[in-house]
Design a protein around this ligand. Sequence first.
Ligand SMILES: [Zn+2]
Length: 126
Amino acid sequence: MNLTILDVPSDDLRSVHSDSDEEVVTYPEFNGKVDMVDPVLDVGLKFRSKKEVKPVVKNFSIHNRFEVIFSYNDKNILEGHCKGKKCLWRIWASPLEGDSSWQIISFEWNHNCSRALKNIVYPVVG
Ligand SMILES: [Zn+2]
């Protein structure tokens, strides 16, 4: 008797996934051990917890020579932006449902501040 298989309501099957089509995509998972030195941030990137998001974004900013400010930080969202005046660079992360993971949900790449464009001038000794 294999009838029980047919009895599984389709709603139950769907509830495993969310309503979003993006659910089929396998998101890259952040590996703190490897990527911490030069983190690559992108929409969809998953973190094991919120605690991981901040230092990674910080490191990213250091590596890319700008200063990030976390302007919004609660249990549903973490928003970081560039310190540059009127700069558009922004990043948002939010928790994934039913899990302690966090994910980058939106990312505005472009700096329109001079801060990020300036090359660091190293002092010449001697
Ligand atoms: Zn900027």
